[in-house]
Write a protein that binds this ligand. Structure first.
Ligand code: SF4
Length: 511
């Protein structure tokens, strides 16, 4: 795609490109791109005046073009920068939308966390209705998505209560899976090949968990949740799990945390013995993810387990006595259809899991499913909007509430991922992580830690402070050490140790 930007205003090109990708998801942006008959072109003229900003956007493909002009006044509800973004967003989506005959359900919101925008508006405007109206009017969202984001923000606000700088959560990453799903874009090492790394990985991991626990003790932090994620943590044997969870027991007061989650995901890794170990170590939440309740779909996405495997694993999870069970399904999977997806939703609801997360299919470049040239995306998304709507209506009727959500790029039909819960059974880690209300100390390959100073009041423009640091992405690098996020370039053991000075400065200046 070619962007031609004029006017008197410095604008965020990344924002404009991301808006364009709603309409042209496969597009690349290159200044020297050779024009063909199908090369999209956006001409944007942005002029900032004293009282308002005027934006003209023209989108063309070959001989076809549409344009729209948007003028938005600066007012006390938005800072100038945000007002300029709103005006650009409005002009671009109206011009491109008219050309492609498509109205993006999420309007000009391109971020991962739409509920955050609703939360900010709630703190300014107070009432749910007023926020929904503003999201529709200023952000061009369709009403049902505006209502969804606002409802999620309201549920989150009730769950968050009073965050403290001393609060934190612990994330432990297990980047191994029994088999790589065809749509996977994570670093998920299929363990048949990499199984031999797991014992060494665990030794290194527990060292890092100990490093984190020293920080927690040093600053008297409150660990609110512990989350073991992946990959597939239940790829570990019962003995390996016992070793890992035993170390976590010795490092933190597990009995005092609000929630302790062991993500299992793949039904083919769940056994009664492993869940007995988890229960004995205080795990309170587990996930068992069918993704679809059709074997033909599971086979198509290379999931390597059957619907029967899911039901058996679910029964084991119920029998384990672990308090909460999470489940995930995906709308828009290759080989699925609206009637099949609707049956998956209905059958899952019939099990009454505490949580149902409905993802929308999204595939990144590295996924195996794209290797044969299969194209997954379409702007309109076929039936995916209908599937997502159906899931939201049916789970609401069954008594579930939406409590966290996020969006990804390159999602079929530009739809969202939403977690639903029976009231009082929400997965708190999901909320704390999405809303970025306290620090997360993350251990393991690819783990990203966040030091968070949460400041929700935007009236003063005083925004939440977040400092991130990362571990090596791949298990091999994590095991061998080497420079990581470390200005000296000296070999280090892990990101927690490498960033100790940063962590110390963060807490010393705030406690
Ligand atoms: S279970 Fe999840 S992390 Fe593992 S391969 Fe499948 S999609 Fe990737």
């Amino acid at each position: 795609m070619i962007l031609k930007i004029t006017g008197n205003c410095k604008i965020n090109t990344y924002y404009v490109q991301t808006l364009c990708m709603i309409f042209f998801p496969e597009t690349k942006f290159a200044e020297d791109e050779e024009m063909t008959d199908v090369t999209p072109v956006l001409e944007l003229d942005v002029n900032e005046m004293a009282e308002s900003v005027k934006v003209k956007a023209q989108v063309s493909v070959g001989e076809d073009f549409c344009w729209h002009e948007e003028t938005v006044a600066f007012d006390k509800d938005h800072d100038r920068e945000r007002t300029i973004k709103i005006a650009i967003g409005g002009a671009v989506i109206k011009a491109a939308g008219a050309l492609l005959n498509y109205q993006p359900a999420w309007g000009i919101l391109i971020g991962v966390r739409p509920a955050k925008v609703a939360s900010e508006l709630l703190s300014k405007l107070g009432s749910r209705d007023e926020v929904v109206r503003t999201l529709v009017k200023d952000y061009y969202m369709v009403a049902k998505k505006a209502a969804l984001a606002t409802d999620v923000a309201l549920t989150e606000a009730a769950l968050i209560k009073q965050p403290s700088i001393k609060d934190c959560s612990i994330y432990v990453h297990i980047p191994f899976c029994p088999h790589r799903c065809a749509y996977c874009s994570f670093v998920a090492y299929p363990s048949t090949k990499f199984l031999s790394l797991i014992p060494d990985y665990l030794l290194k991991l527990v060292d890092e968990i100990e490093d984190i626990s020293r920080t927690v003790k040093k600053y008297g932090l409150n660990v609110r949740t512990i989350y073991i994620g992946g990959g597939t943590p239940t790829i570990l044997t019962a003995q390996q799990l016992n070793f890992l969870l035993g170390k976590i027991d010795s490092c933190f007061d597990v009995g005092a945390v609000e929630e302790y989650t062991l993500e299992s995901g793949r039904p083919d890794t769940i056994t009664a013995e492993k869940l007995a170990v988890a229960k004995a170590h205080g795990v309170t939440r587990i996930s068992v993810n069918p993704q679809s309740l059709y074997d033909s779909v599971l086979k198509r996405i290379g999931r390597n387990h059957t619907v029967k495997d899911f039901y058996e694993a679910y029964d084991i999870a119920v029998a384990s006595g672990i308090k909460y069970i999470n489940t995930d399904i995906i709308a828009g999977l290759p080989g699925d259809s609206f009637p099949m997806f609707a049956k998956t939703v209905d059958k899952l609801i019939a099990l009454r899991p505490h949580n149902i997360t409905v993802h929308t299919f999204s595939v990144k470049k590295s996924a195996d499913i794209l290797k044969n040239g299969t194209s997954i995306y379409s702007v309109h998304g076929g039936d995916v909007g209908k599937c997502v709507d159906y899931s939201q209506i049916k789970v609401a009727k069954a008594g579930y509430i939406p409590y966290y959500m996020y969006r990804q790029k390159k999602t079929v039909g530009n739809m969202e991922n939403v977690g639903f819960s029976l009231p009082g059974c929400e997965c708190l880690y999901n909320v704390y992580m999405m809303e970025e209300i306290h620090s997360i100390f993350a251990a393991g390959a690819g783990a990203v830690s966040k030091l968070v100073d949460y400041r929700p009041t935007l009236e003063s423009g005083d925004k939440t402070f977040i400092q991130r640091y990362c571990n090596h992405k791949y298990p091999y690098e994590y095991l061998s050490g080497g420079p990581v996020n470390n200005s000296s370039g000296a070999p280090v053991v892990n990101a927690t140790l490498a960033n100790q000075a940063l962590i110390d400065e963060f807490f010393r200046s705030r406690l």
